[in-house]
Design a binder for this molecule. Sequence first.
Ligand SMILES: Nc1ncnc2c1ncn2[C@@H]1O[C@H](COP(=O)(O)OP(=O)(O)OP(=O)(O)O)[C@@H](O)[C@H]1O
Length: 722
Amino acid sequence: MIQRQDIQLEQERVSMLYRRLDTVREQTEKALAGAHARGGPGGTRQARVEREVAADEYARRLAQLNSVERGLCFGRIDLGRIDELGEALYIGRVGLRNEEHETVLVDWRAPAARPFYAATASDPAGLVRRRHLRTRGRTVVGMDDEVFDLTQMSDGDRDTLVGEAALLAALERGRTGRMGDVVATIQTEQDRVIRSGLHGTLVVQGGPGTGKTVAALHRAAYLLYTYRDTLERRGVLVVGPNATFSRYIEQVLPALGETDVVLSSVGELFPGLAATQVDVPGVARIKGDLAMVEAMARAVADRQRVPDGDLEIELGPLTLTVPHAVCVKARKRASRHPHNAGRKLFALDLLRALALDEARRLDAPDDPEDLEYARKLLWQEPQVREAIDALWPALTPYRLVGELFTDPVRLAAAGLSEDLLRPRGAPWTVDDVPLLDEAAELVGEEPQTQAQRTAARRAREEDELYAREVLTITGLEDIDVAAFAEWQHDRGREYLTTASRAAADRGWIYGHVIVDEAQELSAMAWRMVMRRVPTRSMTVVGDLGQTGNAAGARSWGEMLDGYVRWREERLTVNYRTPKEIMDVAADVLREVAPDQKPPRSVRHGEPPHAIRVTPHTLPGVLARLVGTPVDGRLAVITTDERYAEVAALLPEAVTLDPLDSPVAVLTVTRSKGLEFDEVIVVAPEEMAGRELYVAMTRATRRLTVLHEGELPATLRGATRRV
Ligand SMILES: Nc1ncnc2c1ncn2[C@@H]1O[C@H](COP(=O)(O)OP(=O)(O)OP(=O)(O)O)[C@@H](O)[C@H]1O
């Protein structure tokens, strides 16, 4: 039994930790201010860089100290024997030392904290007691103990969840619309995922609500803590299913004190683009297939032409000719290079041949210098430019893919189906993004336009003008303006975080990549992700039972075997969906993915309700249900086809961000990875089995299905009609 006295003792400890946090925070603030005050262009470059590195480190530490106020210390472990409690360690969101440099709080990611998460009744990992502390503000309001005294345990006890009371209390809280961290209640199987080594690819397969996302994010924080030197410079990329999901999870890492992580979705992985639309399944399947690699190569080859006969260009009275054979040879040589680099070689060969022909016709000497000069002049001739552009145009990825999908002749030349044809100006889709990335590899460096060259020159001039003003104001006029401007420019770049530099650079190579809802990535999307992580240091989390994308994964090997030998961990406990709902969902899963085992739910709640509606009664039933929700947040989930109709019935809900609105209206695809206290599924009979499985498992408390047609057989037996 926990005594008031125990709470008092823990309060003293926790108060001491907060005092220490305040002191360290103050010291770090001063150190940061000091580092900034010493800044400026003086000293050697080495000294400047060292100062800036120190300032960065203080700033990072300060951000971390500021983020850990809530729930600073949440656990305690006692090592030794049960009859003589020995050493006690306190576990918190951050590590702290006292003035004597002794550890007073162990960072949850440090090896010493591991038994807090890893100890189970059957393997206590040297612990005699684990204590979860519950705090409100800086006050200890309660605690839960688990005593590992094997002699007193029944077999049932040995299989308990880690800190069951604390875990269940955490799960009972209503959903806020944003994912929170779970450092205080990480479970043993999740801890294995979080602390798995950095190298190679770890696949985490787990059913809905098993904490894949939350474990993957804690893993990112753990890896950044444990392998900071390796990861800080290269950063960590987290790829999620869409931008809403990225916003849903974006608080977790900063709350854990980590900000150097890029959150993105497949539709955003090509810098400058944020695609959200998806293609119809037939098109998505074609675009996601690896056969697109060859097709894209053919599409590029189709933009590298030679005339059927000799190339003839009229220049005033002269008609210059490049023999067909010379054109063919030039194409052969140039096509070994990326398209835009090849264009330069191709143009050079053709210009050389034209200059030679011109010299011959004008009886001019074919002196190399003269020829070089003549070549330059010819390049200025619009007819010459046009002829070369027609044969081998400068391409951007957008132009290559855009012109391919709007032209049946080009599609045929690439060996692609006319199903891909779309109108000019149609928006880019998520499934186009891996193709744009492929195209970027094939066309190579984008040609710099005249406008870009002018913009770069202007920016340089502005930097210098600004530098001159600064130097005049500060009376440092003897310093070289150009050098000062350059220093300022570099400094600006150094101050950009790794994350922001990485996000803007397609060629950025990350230290580690985490892919969530990974079952949705097509083979082409995997190819794009792999380019960003040649070391294959990756965490791949997903559920093959939830695959919705027609081009998505049916097995992990199918997607990953060609790139890496991967290892797998499984998560088996569902922390979201009550058992009564999961039992019904399990029937759906059995039908769509019989090889996948449904997870075991730890929560209890109501069984799902089914209500038969007609087009006439649907608005009233929906309004009644939405008007009397359980405490917390509610989502109405339906098919893509029904979305507009349902959204029209709930106009207020759809004006708000689905994460902030008390009632969200979502398609199944949009609801991926999210969760709500109450879920209403409209038209389950029109959903594919996997869609239904995803929609049903979003609920933490109550699920109602509204059907017009026959209820799917999998739902019929297990639901009550009201
Ligand atoms: N150890 C834990 N302590 C407290 N809450 C937890 C724990 N693990 C998971 N949860 C909670 O369970 C819910 C489901 O977690 P999460 O979204 O990570 O699951 P998931 O496996 O990614 O699900 P899905 O496949 O359906 O997207 C979240 O609210 C999460 O905070």
